[in-house]
Design a protein around this ligand. Structure first.
Ligand SMILES: [Zn+2]
Length: 120
């Protein structure tokens, strides 16, 4: 299914804003976090992984231009704008994520105790 123009514009703006946010944050030459410039809005982790994140954002922007960004790899549905804003590189929707998590938990819980643990 083709992405609506409204969604495409919203995603484009979201990715652009995110990239600008990261670009405006300059890592310190001394390697001290306190000397990061313009990083108030961004957490240290993002600043530390700045180049990697910029690469991923540029890739996401290319994928958006190609119309492949924001589709769930699991079910092919569109991932919600809210979820993508919070997690720009996420590749599966909330529902598939929850299911995958459940699957992992089920595999961790031996036998059939899963149901008993959570069916309270
Ligand atoms: Zn999905």
């Amino acid at each position: 299914m083709a992405m609506s123009e409204e969604r495409r514009q919203a995603l484009k703006k979201m990715l652009f804003d995110r990239r600008r946010e990261i670009e405006s944050c300059r890592p310190p030459t001394t390697g001290k976090y306190e000397e990061y410039d313009g990083c108030e809005e961004i957490d240290i982790y993002l600043a530390e992984t700045r180049e990697e994140n910029l690469d991923r954002l540029r890739r996401a922007e290319r994928q958006l231009a190609e119309g492949t960004y924001g589709s769930c790899l699991g079910c092919r549905d569109e991932i919600s704008l809210e979820r993508l804003s919070a997690l720009p590189f996420v590749v599966i929707c909330k529902r598939c994520d929850d299911e995958a998590e459940l699957q992992v938990l089920r595999e961790r819980v031996p036998g059939n105790r899963w149901g008993r643990l959570f069916a309270l």
